[in-house]
Design a protein around this ligand. Structure first.
Ligand SMILES: O=P(O)(O)OC[C@@H](O)[C@H]1O[C@@H](OP(=O)(O)O)[C@@H](O)[C@@H](O)[C@@H]1O
Ligand SMILES: [Mg+2]
Ligand SMILES: [Zn+2]
Length: 176
């Protein structure tokens, strides 16, 4: 199975240090939407693993989060593609859940959903926590320079991390 797992904020849509708190603040990266559709049409399954501590912090509710994800699916489907499962962690940093990246719980749930092994599966993110979560379950860590990616790139990267400008470049590489 051709499975690609994506972080959301900073990879699929613009990120903000002030969180993405409403549908209006959820600004898709156009080339990322097109990349997801292109991959999907080429037989890839594209899933999402996203930290959403803004829920625990009370910045927005699950209905608002669901509206962002409905919009994401709609945009991909408008281009003939289909988005796979979206796993989110609604917890705060101090709740000790197993799903908040850098813990790999969401990646494990995605693998279980599709009945596949995670070894070597590419996980694309913009933050160190994404890369660490990938390594925790033997995924291939992929850093994009969008979102917080340039800040992450300025720090020491985990060994073996591959760096791309954006999701469109990741898709071009996978589809070459
Ligand atoms: O990049 P993904 O995982 O899709 O989502 C990240 C968001 O949940 C937010 O995560 C927060 O980190 P804390 O949760 O406060 O540590 C901050 O980095 C925000 O800027 C960011 O929008
Ligand atoms: Mg991110
Ligand atoms: Zn969690």
């Amino acid at each position: 199975m051709k499975l690609l797992i994506l972080d959301r904020d900073g990879v699929i849509n613009e990120d903000s240090d002030d969180y993405i708190k409403s549908l209006e603040e959820w600004i898709p990266i156009p080339s990322a939407i097109a990349a997801i559709a292109r991959l999907s049409k080429a037989g890839w399954t594209v899933a999402v693993a996203t930290n959403q501590s803004g829920i625990a912090r009370g910045y927005y509710d699950l209905a608002t989060l669901d509206s962002m994800h409905a919009r994401l699916r709609e945009l991909v489907e408008e281009q003939g593609g289909e988005l796979g499962v979206i796993q989110y962690c609604p917890h705060g940093p101090d709740e000790g859940c197993d799903c908040r990246k850098p813990r790999p719980g969401m990646l494990r749930r995605i693998a279980a959903h599709y009945g596949v092994d995670l070894a070597g599966i590419w996980f694309v993110g913009d933050s160190s926590g994404d890369l660490e979560a990938a390594l925790a379950v033997d995924c291939q860590p992929i850093l994009v320079k969008t979102g917080k990616g340039e800040r992450t790139l300025a720090k020491t990267l985990p060994a073996g991390t591959l760096v791309f400008d954006d999701l469109a470049a990741v898709a071009a590489h996978l589809l070459q």
